[in-house]
Design a protein around this ligand. Sequence first.
Ligand code: TGC
Ligand code: FAD
Length: 392
Amino acid sequence: MSNDLFQAPDYFNMDELLSEEHKLIRETAREWVKKEISPIIEEACQQATFPKQILGGLAEIGAFGPYIPEEYGGAGLDQISYGLIMQELERGDSGIRSTASVQSSLVMYPIYKYGNEDQRKKYLGKLASGELIGCFGLTEPNHGSNPGGMTTNIKDAGDHYVLNGAKMWISNSPFADLAVVWAKNEEGRIKGVIVERGMEGFTTPETHNKWSLRASATGELVFDNVKIPKENILPNKDGLGAPLGCLDSARYGIAWGAIGAAMDCYDTALRYSKERIQFGKPIAAFQLQQKKLAEMITEITKAQFITLRLGQLKNEDRATSAQISMCKRNNVEMALNITRDARQILGGMGITGEYSIMRHMMNLESVITYEGTHDIHLLITGLDITGENAFK
Ligand code: TGC
Ligand code: FAD
C-alpha cells in the first residue's frame, strides 16, 4: 500500500454541498493519510502494533477534539468537519480512526461536557495536542451490550474514593495516560472517573491475538483498590445516559469512518478491474463485475447522503440517538458488504497485504460490534419506531 492512488468517489456531486472549509479540512486529512499512514499501515497490522509515531501528526491535523472549542485546545470545527476527518482516517485504517474517535468523543467530550472548569483546563489542551492519550472504560467482561449492569464501583473513603473492578476490550488502554472510567457509586448511580496511569492498583494488560484492528492497541483496565482523588470525578452528569451520550458522538464519527473504508475498497476494486485482463478483456467489461461495482457506488452514495444529513442535524443539535444508531448500523454493514465484493473482484490478490481490502474487512468485523453491536442498533431503531423495548 505504499503507492496510494486513492481517488474519492463522489457520484452525486456531494462536494457541492460542502463548504470550502470542509473541503480544505478533508484534503488536509486525506493528504496526511497518503503520506503518513498508507506507507506504514500494512507493516503495523502484520506486526500487530499501534504506530505511536503518528500521534503528533493526528494532533496537527486536528483529529483530536475537532469540535471541542478552541479555548480548550480543540479545533472548534463543526460536526461535518469532524465526520470528514474520521472518513479520511478510516480510509487509511479503522484502527487509526479508532484512536482519534476515542480521544475525541470518548475522552475529550466527557471531560468537556461533564467535567468542571478545572478538569477541562487540566486535561483538554494536553489531549488535543497528543501530549496525553486517553481511553474509555465502559465494557466489562460480563457486561458488553448491557453496560447498565456494570459491577465496577467506587466507594467514598472520606477524602477520596476507592475504585474496584475491571473493564475489557478497551481501545488504547495499553499505552493511554488516562482513562475515563464508568463506575457505580454506593447508591448504584453511574459516575465518570478520571483514572491516571501510575495510580497504585491500576493496570492495563494488553489483549493479544486479534485478527481485527491489529494496528490498534486493545486491552483491559484493572482496578484493585485504586485511590481516586475526589477532584477526578466528573461532576456534571451521572447515570447511564452519561456514557451513552459519549457513544452518540463516537457512533456518529464511525458512520463517516465506515464510508472511508468502503470508498477505499471500491476505488481499489474499480482500478484493478480495469487493469486485470482475463479472456482477452479487462474484467471490468464483464457484467458480473459491473454489477458488484455498480451496487458498491450506489450504496456508498446513499450512505454519503444520510450521513451528511445527520451531520447537518448534529450541527443544529437535532440529531437523535436513534438516527445516529441507524446511520452507524447502515454504514458499517454497507462497508463490510463492499469489502467482501471488492475482495472477490481482486481474486487471489484480494487476500494479500498488497491491497487494503482484506485489512478493511477484518477491521470492520470489530467496527460492526463495538460502539453497540449491529443487533443492538437494530433494536434501538425498533424501539424508536414501535415504542416497544425488545432488549429485555
Ligand atoms: P436505557 O434504560 O435505555 O437508558 C438508560 C439511560 O440512558 C439514556 N440513553 C441515552 N442517552 C444518551 N445517548 C443515548 N444513545 C442513550 N440511550 C439511552 C436513557 O434516556 C436513560 O436515561 P435516564 O435519564 O432515564 O436514566 O438503558 P438500557 O440499560 O436499556 O440500555 C440500552 C442500550 C442497550 C441501547 C445501551 O445500553 C447500549 O447502547 N448498549 C450498547 C453498549 C455499547 O455501545 N458499548 C460501547 C462501549 S464503548 C466502545 O465500544 C468503544 S469502541 C471505540 C473505538 O475504538 O472506536
Ligand atoms: P455481547 O453483549 O455479549 O453480545 C454478544 C451477542 O449477543 C451480540 O451479537 C449481540 O448483538 C447479542 N445481544 C446482546 N444483547 C442482546 C439483546 N438484548 N437482544 C438481541 N441480541 C443481543 N468497549 C469500551 O468500553 N471501550 C473501548 O474502547 C472499546 N473498544 C473496543 C475495541 C474492540 C476491538 C472491540 C472488539 C470491542 C471494544 N469495546 C470497547 C467493547 C464493545 O463495545 C463490545 O464488544 C460491544 O459493546 C459488545 O459487547 P460484547 O462483546 O460483550 O458482546
